[in-house]
Design a protein. Sequence first.
Length: 256
Amino acid sequence: MTAATRPAGTVTIAGKTVSRLGYGTMRLTGHGTWGDPPDPDRAVHLLRTVVDEGITHLDTADAYGPHTVEHLIRRALYPCPSDVLIGTKVGMVRPAPNVWKPLGRPEFLRAMVEQSLRRLGVECLDLCYLHRVDPTVPFLDQVGTLAELQGEGKVAHVGLCKVTPEHIDTASTVVRVAAVQNKLSMAVSGDTATVEHCRMRGIPYVPYAPLGAGALVGDVGKALRWLLDLGDHIAPIPGTRSVQHLAQLIEAARGR
């Protein structure tokens, strides 16, 4: 797969040159981001199609299911091709469907990384994000735990989710921030300061919910081009359960 055939060109994230159009896997679960999808075989086929079509940046989290999608990724892609980047996230607990709570205690983050390693079948996570900042735990204790795991060879690169420029600068005192993942779309466009801060620092910015959680699906091309035109460091991760919709996303990213 050459750079020219990857949707929307390429970007370097966590040391790998990957497609700027990524794939967010949150929807590959049951209702409420809970449990298995209605058809796990179809989800596995979709994941394989994503990679076959040149998308080499996949985003997931231990909280999706919880644990469901990491198992699906291993089933679909193990052993993962060397040019594919799997980003996962830790730091969120799921008491029930549609319920999300940040939990950033160091011992919990460490345990979740160990479990993600086993579910994905790898010795080191390509990219591990702090899923949310837990306001009850000192921020540098949370980031510092991921930095320690990086030093132990269990995490290759550390990312941050739903953060401000101030968070990025503080985290950068203990770890090199490899990517920032915030919510951004034409429908939710108020993160200009973080987009610019990442550009100035050379940090890839990964917008989640780039189609406005479904609000912009009627104009996929315009929505994706709006994001991609914000800068070469922008790498959106739209999600879908459908091979047909995946094809639309790819064509839209290629500007067709």
